[in-house]
Design a protein around this ligand. Sequence first.
Ligand code: DLZ
Length: 194
Amino acid sequence: MHNKGPAPQLHDGSNLRIGIVHARWNDTIIDPLLAGTKAKLKECGVKESNIVVQTVPGSWELPIAVQRLYAASQVQSSSAGSGGSAGDLLGSSTADLAALPASSASTGVFDAIIAIGVLIKGETMHFEYISGSVSDGLMRVSLDTGVPVIFGVLTVLTDEQAKARAGLIPGSHNHGEDWGLAAVEMGVKRKEWA
Ligand code: DLZ
């Protein structure tokens, strides 16, 4: 059965700064989800230099990474011009930062952060513990900080279900696109509601 999401809304993301944190588990599913997310951000006008991508080992690490990335952007914003970056404060790998042209890496508080992970149920209770904690953790970070955190975590029972949500099966939809649109809409609305 296919769940119907909301009709896509395109908002103007040209003034937004968006963070993406993704897990590295299940990378064959993560990669197309990340690509779909970024494609929609750009379609909404978000500049490449205003998209900061960080990685963590697995989905369990997503809440702390989102929290630190946001906190780092606040520190960086209040000492603008000091030359640091949110990535430095998060302790990111240079490989992640290398994805951004150093000269164009923007500074400022994130308007929204997208957390991307793929949890596939195995034979043990890992799935249940991680998916519950991660969803609770991401909601908590969002409410505690006031930054919209987009829930880009697939919690699926099979590889097939994951592929069908990453656009990897003919005719299927890439959910990353929805996450990109949601981030822009919530980033714009957050500014309006400030
Ligand atoms: C350990 C684990 C397992 C079994 N499955 C997944 C998964 O399907 N997706 C995912 O993102 N991460 C998984 N992990 C790793 C945990 O999220 C975490 O990175 C480790 O337990 C280290 O804290």
